[in-house]
Design a protein around this ligand. Structure first.
Ligand code: TPP
Ligand code: MG
Length: 797
């Protein structure tokens, strides 16, 4: 019996293709951009997935399933959501325009229930794998019991499979016992520039099998399968299976007559094969040859709906790029667009009257009431939009501050987490830590000892059961709160992205903390950016950092990361020098992660803190003597806003030293040594160049809009300095991080920092080498704040 859904699905498939093509055409020809920029890259690439996405969204998917859609299939996605009532005509008409529907599906900027943003190819794919792991984490912890498990699905371009991060994720998935993940490869054998290598599908098959995935190849559609059963059909099948990609594409582009000529030339036998070909019209022949598995609704429904297990499954679906459009198969079609004449022809064949292009049921042959009823019964849409919210996990007023008289911020971080691990609080229960093979070396060991490692199955630490002394207990189990990853930093950030969206995807709040060595942020940077773009919420603690990690070797030094912290949207960055500051910042971070309020800037800092975000902590292994002080609410607020006076300058200040992070002792020493020779010296502790800078920019913008009293934190702090006061800034990182301080009120500034890396030595050697020691600071001060010679300045070599 034929599936009663099929007539509807095939009508809607055509409608979806029409709407997506019209969206692109409209943006190019009806409402062209004023700059004349044409929109390429979507038309053909979208058409390739039109059948698969129709089958998925209108039949196969359930509300709990989550999908990452290949970037260039966004017009298809938006068209489907338009039919389901979640996308507006206005935004489609304004596709790629200001506040219009986005060219790549965006969780944050689109209104139509995007599960995972895509754009940078490969990342959305891996995100589905890690989201599945997070779903397992949520279930194993006994949360979200009433909700069914969903499948995490990626629609993957075949050229997208070139991205290395996909393979890093595959290996991690295998280690973690991945389930409930489907990847559907749009095997159109075309990339952006070209036709892909022959036989790629066979490589994909063996790769996936070796990582424990089931492989389903969707090559021949139902029309083809029928034809193969006719006399001579086996020869046609052999021909199709051995046809090179380029030729198949070229013939598809040329159409029925070209197919006939070629097939008769190659296979004609004056017998059964010739009959098989000749009994079909050009149009029928073209339809037969284009009937690849990925364009055949019955095969797709059958393949997807026959999966009755939770093993990860890859579908290699043969498709045609540009299917259903005049540019189908052409190797140059990536940026191809239909000409207005082609569009007129397409409009006529789709039975769409001019002026009715956006009408939902225009040109469809089934009764409108039936079509409407079908859409209303789509299982995926049964519960409307599918975003969840989760209650805020209460954060105590203070976190413990370790009492050691001297320690590093990295040590302090481990101690604070250890105290949290001992506490019996909802906050501690919702934290999950993760690290790419640097758990012990970033000081998460004590936390992990207490809270255990996560795995769906129990696995005891053999060293412990064999009574072999070891500092660390590595018991795995479903209640564990640390996810141990392999070394790949891309995986760390994509996992943080998935964990940090748990409240929205699975309705359960998780407070993720990932640790890594600071320089390796660069290795995972695109994934970090991606996580921020999706508005995932997490803390990343990067340690050790700078040249201060000197004994670890030159290769591991980081210079540019403070600038990443300054520039990365969605990430509030801090670099505390002392552990009491870190404790305040961490407490604030747990709260900040969970905010999602409206964006009214705070009148104190001019930061939009109510919207919340993620947090980056740049930490160090350098042991510092800790200040013996009381953390007052005022000081805590300053630490969070980004700076406080460690030593307030007097009214006639000649010099202010502004430092960030682990060079604090050098700054303090320099100020002490200069005190006799320069008047009223100030010492400014900067805990967050990022937040200070953002507040300053926002306050300037506010003043330009007429809010004349807007003052940012840094403007207030520097407000009383006399104009002639010189500013020396110092950081173990790129000097530009703090160099902008001179622009705030026009003070002459010399910015010290590190511009080259690779030199090894002791901390003292390297600080001297880069001029960020006390002597370097004094020398800089003497140059920009003239006066009598500073007695403690030694002759520098
Ligand atoms: C990281 C990254 N590099 C490059 C691009 C530019 N780009 C967009 S799609 C694409 C390849 C398209 O090929 P495929 O994945 O096979 O999709 P198709 O166009 O065939 O549908 C490229 C190189 C990108 N979006 N992201
Ligand atoms: Mg392709």
């Amino acid at each position: 019996m034929t599936d009663p859904r099929l007539p509807y699905l095939s009508e809607f498939e055509r409608k979806i293709l029409w709407l997506s093509s019209w969206t692109i055409h409209n943006a190019n020809h009806v409402r062209p951009n004023r700059d004349g920029l044409k929109i390429g890259g979507h038309q053909a690439s979208s058409a390739s997935l039109s059948t698969i996405m129709t089958a998925l969204y209108l039949a196969v998917l359930r509300p709990e399933d989550r999908v990452a859609v290949k970037p260039h299939a966004s017009p298809i996605f938006h068209a489907i959501q338009y039919l389901l009532g979640h996308q507006t005509r206005e935004k489609l008409e304004n596709f790629r325009g200001y506040k219009g529907a986005q060219s790549y599906p965006s969780r944050t900027k689109d209104i139509d229930d995007v599960d995972f943003s895509t754009g940078s190819v490969g990342l959305g794919v891996a995100q589905t794998l890690f989201a599945s792991l997070v779903q397992d984490y949520v279930k194993a912890h006994g949360w979200s019991k009433e909700r069914p498990e969903g499948r995490m699905i990626a629609l993957v371009g075949d050229a997208e499979m070139d991205e290395g991060n996909i393979f890093e994720a595959l290996l991690e998935g295998w280690k973690q016992g991945l389930r409930n993940t489907w990847w559907i490869i749009d095997y159109n054998r075309q990339s952006l520039d070209a036709v892909v290598r022959e036989g790629l599908y066979a490589r994909f098959e063996s790769i996936f099998r070796s990582f424990g995935w089931d492989v389903v190849v969707l090559k021949h559609g139902s029309l083809m399968q029928e034809a193969f059963r006719e006399p001579g059909g086996d020869r046609l099948r052999d021909w199709i299976d051995s046809c090179p990609n380029q030729l198949y594409s070229a013939l598809t582009f040329q159409g029925g007559a070209a197919w006939r000529k070629r097939l008769l030339d190659d296979l004609g036998d004056q017998g059964p094969v010739t009959r098989l070909i000749e009994k079909r019209s050009d149009e029928e022949l073209a339809r037969l040859m284009a009937n690849l598995g990925g364009h055949d609704l019955p095969s797709l429904l059958d393949a997807f709906e026959s999966i009755d297990h939770d093993r990860p499954t890859v579908f290699i679906a043969y498709t045609i790029k540009g299917m259903g459009l005049p540019l189908a198969g052409h190797k140059d079609n990536h940026a191809g667009l239909l000409t207005p004449t082609q569009m007129d022809g397409y409009r006529a064949s789709a039975k769409v009257r001019p002026g009715h292009e956006w009408d939902k049921f225009e040109g469809m042959s089934l009764p409108v009431a039936d079509l409407e009823r079908f859409l209303q019964s789509v299982p995926f849409n049964a519960r409307g939009k599918r975003r969840f919210e989760a209650p805020v996990v209460p954060v105590p007023r203070e976190l413990p501050t370790p009492a050691q008289p001297s320690m590093s911020t990295q040590q302090g971080f481990g101690l604070i987490l250890n105290e949290l691990a001992r506490s019996d609080t909802p906050l501690a229960d919702r934290i999950v830590t993760t690290a790419p093979d640097v758990t012990v070396s970033t000081n998460l060991g004590a936390w992990v000892n207490r809270r255990g490692l996560f795995a769906r199955e129990e696995m005891k630490d053999i060293f412990k059961s064999e009574r072999i002394p070891s500092t660390f207990t590595w018991d795995f189990g479903p209640k564990g709160q640390h996810i141990e990853l392999g070394i790949a930093e891309m995986n760390l950030f994509i996992l943080l992205s998935a964990l940090g969206l748990s409240h929205s995807l699975f309705g359960e709040r998780i407070l993720p903390i990932g640790t890594l060595y600071d320089p390796f942020i660069a290795r995972g940077l695109d994934a970090l950016n991606y996580a921020c773009y999706q508005d995932a919420r997490f803390i990343v603690a990067a340690t050790p950092s700078g040249v201060t990690l000197s004994p670890e070797g030159g290769a591991h030094q980081s210079i540019g990361t403070p600038l990443i912290g300054l520039a990365q949207d969605g990430l509030a960055s801090f670099e505390p020098a002392f552990v009491d500051e870190l404790s305040v910042i961490l407490r604030w971070a747990f709260d900040y992660l969970q905010r999602d309020g409206e964006a009214e800037p705070n009148e104190r800092s001019w930061l939009r803190d109510e919207t919340g975000g993620s947090v980056y902590l740049r930490l160090s292994t350098r042991t510092l003597d800790q200040p013996q002080r009381t953390m007052t609410p005022e000081l805590a607020a300053d630490v969070v806003d980004g700076a406080y006076w460690m030593r307030k300058p007097g009214p006639n200040a000649q010099v202010v030293v502004a430092y960030t992070g682990t060079v604090a002792p050098e700054a303090i020493e320099a100020v002490g040594l200069m005190a006799e020779d320069r008047r009223d010296i100030g010492l400014l502790a900067i805990t967050s160049a990022d937040r200070l800078n953002a507040g300053w920019t926002a306050a300037q913008r506010a003043r330009e809009r007429g809010l004349v009293h807007a003052r940012s934190h840094i403007e207030r702090l520097l407000g009383d300095l006399p104009p002639h006061c010189g500013l020396v800034t110092v950081i173990d990182g790129h000097p530009a991080t703090l160099a902008w301080l001179g622009s705030v009120l026009g003070h002459r500034t010399r910015s010290l920092g590190v511009e080259h890396f690779g030199q090894t030595g002791t901390v003292q050697d390297l600080y001297r080498h880069f001029g960020i020691d006390a002597q370097g600071i004094i020398a800089a001060a003497e140059m920009i704040a003239p006066g009598r010679p500073i007695r403690h300045l030694k002759a520098l070599v």
